[in-house]
Design a protein around this ligand. Structure first.
Ligand code: KG4
Ligand code: ZN
Length: 360
């Protein structure tokens, strides 16, 4: 039921402008894969028109990490009020489609978003779109004024994933490299714990590193000189652990904490950037997208921009970590996959490599 733009001599349009214009759609995005409840409305005509986020950081902080049961219960508590809030901000009674994170993530947390999306879809008679969480991260730069063109290399770095992906088009992904052990975010979080920093560790470690000397400790840059494009962070983590133990034993730990944080951050960033540059060169890609929670790291953003000769794109800081806006925009780009609300889909594990272009 779209509108057709008809070629008219008066308007001066060329016959090549004759194209089908689908009606504008408002897509509600729901993110509940881990410890953030994110909800947003993306209009295919006007872009992002409403966005809200509830972080559970305070709830999990005393446990030093995410407690899945607490995460699910808090999503249940917050999700509907957030949906009511963003629909109000968007000035609409109901959306035209609902996109929700169907995986990967904590299965109980995913089921809250999936159940809500399908329930509302049935009640409102609007279709639902299951979205892959990492594709959401990958597409977050599409929310910016100057989005990347395909093809590009994506460096996806979050709490659960570290991946290098050749993105040929929407849903056309080649996973070039991944981590053999810890994810980049996990390495930041575990190192932060060793340094007595709270959860989540990444931002706290980055803040402490600002006061440190990044050359004070010689830490390894794992895998950088090995063939292939995979990552490994366990060697770096062990090296940090040994330095922490040594400084605790000789009584210099407190004085050295910032130096250890800075040296770790420099080693992790060198590894991520080094591998990304190798991948871009091998694939002859001229654009790099950095996304996912660790993509909020300022040193990483700066180093990729300084060392890569091509164009670098990142989402703004708020859209690096989990949010509803990236799910809403991914849903808008995947409208061809919208289906009747029926099935509550929640996959703890889901490989990005299995995705295909929308409508296929
Ligand atoms: O993408 P995200 O919000 O959740 C997952 O999908 O995992 O990423 C969270 C991860 C955490 O490990 C967190 O410590 C890390 O991103 N992170 C950072 C920074 N901000 C968040 N790591 C380093 N520097 C930061 N500024
Ligand atoms: Zn994420």
């Amino acid at each position: 039921m779209g509108t057709f733009l008809i070629y008219s001599k008066k308007s001066g349009m060329s016959p090549f402008d004759l194209q089908y214009h689908p009606p504008p759609m408002n897509v509600l995005g729901i993110e509940t894969s881990c410890d953030e409840t994110g909800v947003a409305v993306y209009s295919t005509e006007r872009g992002l028109i409403a966005d809200a986020l509830h972080s559970q950081v305070d709830l999990h902080a005393m446990y030093g990490g995410v407690v899945p049961e607490i995460a699910s219960r808090d999503h249940i508590r917050c999700l509907l009020p957030l949906i009511t809030q963003v629909l109000g901000e968007a000035g609409i009674d109901k959306p035209d489609a609902i996109a929700y994170t169907a995986g990967p993530g904590l299965v109980g947390a995913l089921m809250v978003g999936s159940g809500m999306a399908n329930g509302l879809g049935l009640a409102w008679g609007c279709p639902v779109i299951p979205v892959h969480h990492m594709e959401g991260h990958l597409l977050a730069p599409m929310l910016e004024d100057d989005p990347p063109q395909y093809p590009f290399l994506a460096l996806l770095v979050s709490g659960g994933h570290t991946m290098l992906i050749a993105v040929h088009g929407l849903g056309d992904y080649d996973v070039l490299g991944t981590t053999l052990d810890d994810a980049a975010g996990e390495a930041f979080d575990k190192t932060a714990k060793l340094l007595d920093l709270g959860y989540p560790g990444g931002p706290a470690l980055a803040a402490l590193a600002q006061d440190g000397d990044d050359a004070a400790f010689a830490l390894p840059r794992p895998m950088l000189h090995r063939p292939g494009l995979d990552f490994s962070f366990s060697g770096l983590k062990t090296a940090v652990m040994l330095e922490v133990r040594k400084t605790r034993e000789n009584g210099t730990f407190a004085a050295c904490r910032a130096d250890i944080a800075a040296s770790f951050q420099r080693a992790a960033v060198d590894t991520l950037v080094g591998r990304a540059l190798q991948a871009a060169a091998r694939q002859e890609l001229e654009r790099i997208v950095v996304a996912g929670g660790v993509g909020a790291n300022k040193l990483l953003r700066k180093e990729v921009a300084d060392r890569f000769a091509g164009q670098v794109y990142y989402p703004r800081l708020a859209y690096c970590t989990d949010n509803g806006a990236m799910i809403a925009v991914a849903g808008a780009l995947r409208l061809a996959d919208a289906h009747e609300a029926a099935e509550i889909r929640a996959q703890a594990r889901w490989s990005l490599a299995t995705l295909s272009p929308p409508g296929t």
